[in-house]
Write a protein of this length. Structure first.
Length: 105
């Protein structure tokens, strides 16, 4: 991976640890999503295996952050400080992401 791709991969890792780590809030998750969207162009058009890995890291980070934002409850290792309780009626389901939309089925 060229230096730029290594740098963006580290930025994604740091961002996810800081804003989408063990304890999450809606505010931090929204901030993470905004920052990840800004980083998107920096992982576009990969030419090497490591650059594809950075692109994949970016895609997974967005999926995790968007899903965590949509799940307004705490369950298992997903802890939302702003939603500390379970909500089985609404969220005892799988998350399905299509584009920017997250549905629970």
């Amino acid at each position: 991976m060229d230096v730029g791709k290594e740098e963006v991969a580290r930025e994604i890792e740091d961002l996810m640890w800081q804003d989408a780590g063990i304890v999450r809030t809606g505010r931090d998750l929204k901030q993470a999503i905004q920052q990840l969207e800004k980083l998107g162009p920096r992982v576009a058009h990969p030419q090497t295996r490591r650059a594809y890995e950075a692109q994949n890291l970016h895609a997974v980070a967005l999926l995790v952050a968007r899903s965590a934002l949509a799940r307004e409850e705490s369950r298992g290792a997903h802890y939302r400080a702003d939603f500390p309780a379970h909500n089985d009626a609404r969220f005892l389901k799988h998350s399905v992401v299509k584009g920017d939309l997250v549905k629970f089925v």
